[in-house]
Design a protein around this ligand. Structure first.
Ligand SMILES: Cc1ncc(COP(=O)(O)O)c(C=O)c1O
Length: 449
């Protein structure tokens, strides 16, 4: 077996990592194995995976039931093209999704990751209006601070997060709506929402005949900084969109599969969007796959005697059987293991930390929703990298915790198999790191307002 040092050297020689400046990045942590909430490096050192490896491993790592489903599927059918063919795992998964999603979200279109799920929703909503003879509805509405992925369409509707400046000439124009983030003790929230909704109504009524759809990350903007919002706000936006005949796309790539405390955020809001995009927790971190599930009226608009109205989009790995088998077993485990109750318990655990967190000098905007726990360092917000966040990241890594700040936002999104003792280890780590930050920094952080 290669040593850690050898593997790191080879990694640095041959790989190109995402979101990484290779000139300055520290050596990667080489993970050899994982079980439940723990990652183990080549030398056997344990690290708690407090962000579920990019929010994917909802059941934790190496779940025995999912391993079994994957093995069985691999011994039966590993792949078959999905045009003109189908297979039991895709059929059963699509049926299961229709059962657990609200309303008539009944038609599952498979693709490969969160970004492609968004691309599919954008293309479907664009073509929906063309198929209905409304040629002029070519624009999209999206939120300030939103992130929807890294492909060109997803970047276009994610311009509000500010990560894509270098590609700006490539992106199509999107009308940006104001987002209203909230946190514990946010006394002015109703007024802020009211003002934003007036602006949103104005923007929408001005451009309504040109707009195909509005896309939003319901209840939580993820990569934009774990910015939570109230269900009432999302519901009001959807009501305005619907009153103006605009389709509604919910990007639940990050927040779906229990993160918000409901299986899907749309259920918490009480909305059936026209499209829902799902990935990450869909396959519990095992396989790259996503789905865009559409309501019946959307599917019906693509039916015709001729080929012209069909949705001409697909991928080599569309509805890969291994991924479908894993996703189906994962959804069954939500029910068998009563995971929503477990998530409510995790939320209760997070809430026990709020008072201590809110009274800390280096902390602002503490927030909790379901399994999500977040706060900002000082009164900062925004950019993807921050020196304080990087300091915290290094501290966590050297203390056996995988907690990867988003700029100056520190957050936890643990797998649902997390134990109370492991949660407490992470909370203690956060407070210790905050203490270390206070003494380590040249520039003191301001007390949050
Ligand atoms: C809300 C949201 N949409 C889309 C994506 C893109 O997903 P992927 O990285 O799988 O392409 C992400 C990724 O973090 C996301 O958080």
């Amino acid at each position: 077996m290669s040593s850690n040092k050898e593997l790191v050297e080879k990694d640095k020689r041959y790989t190109w990592h995402p979101f990484t400046q290779h000139m300055t990045e520290r050596d990667p942590v080489v993970i050899q194995s994982a079980k439940d909430a723990s990652l183990f490096d080549v030398d056997g050192n344990e690290m708690l995976d407090m962000i579920s490896s990019w929010w994917t491993c909802v059941h934790g790592h190496a779940n025995l039931e999912i391993n079994k489903a994957l093995k069985e599927q691999s011994e039966t059918l590993e792949h078959v093209m999905f045009a003109g063919f189908s297979h039991p795992s895709a059929i059963n998964l699509a049926e299961k999704l229709a059962q657990v999603l609200p309303g008539d979200l009944n038609r599952t279109f498979f693709s490969d990751n969160g970004s492609t799920a968004v691309e599919v929703a954008l293309k479907l909503s664009y073509q929906y209006w063309k198929n209905k003879g409304e040629e002029g509805r070519t624009k999209f509405l999206a939120f300030d601070g939103a992130y929807h992925g890294d492909t060109v369409g997803a970047m276009s509707v994610g311009q509000g997060c500010g990560f894509f400046g270098v590609y700006s000439d490539l992106l199509f124009q999107v009308e940006t709506l104001p987002y209203v983030p909230t946190w514990e003790g946010d006394a002015d929230i109703e007024q802020k929402e009211k003002e934003a909704l007036v602006k949103i109504e104005k923007i929408i009524s001005k451009s309504k005949d040109e707009v195909s759809a509005v896309i939003m990350e319901p209840l939580m903007q993820g990569a934009g900084g774990i910015r939570l919002c109230r269900p009432e706000f999302m519901k009001a936006v959807v009501d305005i969109a619907r009153a103006n005949d605009i389709l509604v796309i919910f990007d639940e790539v990050a927040v779906g599969f229990g993160r918000s405390g409901s299986l899907f955020a749309c259920q918490k809001i009480g909305i059936t969007p026209d499209f829902i995009c799902l990935s990450k927790g869909l396959t519990a971190g095992y396989m790259p796959m996503s789905v865009t599930v559409a309501r019946d009226h959307i599917f019906d608009a693509f039916l015709d005697e001729g080929f012209g109205k069909a949705f001409l989009h697909g991928h080599s790995f569309t509805a890969n059987p291994l991924a479908c088998a894993v996703a189906l077993r994962s959804l069954e485990l939500f029910e068998e293991n009563k995971l929503i109750e477990k998530i409510v318990h995790i939320e209760t655990m997070h809430r026990t930390q709020l008072e201590r967190l809110q009274s800390h000098d280096n902390v602002s905007k503490a927030r909790v929703m379901g399994s999500i726990f977040a706060f900002n360092l000082g009164d900062t917000e925004g950019e993807y990298k921050s020196d304080d966040g990087e300091f915290m990241r290094d501290w966590f890594l050297s203390h056996g915790l995988n907690i990867r700040p988003l700029g100056s936002t520190i957050y936890l999104m643990p797998p649902f198999c997390i134990t109370d003792a492991q949660l407490n280890r992470a909370y203690d780590g956060i407070f210790e790191a905050l203490g270390a930050l206070k003494v380590s920094k040249l520039k003191p952080l301001k007390r949050a307002v």
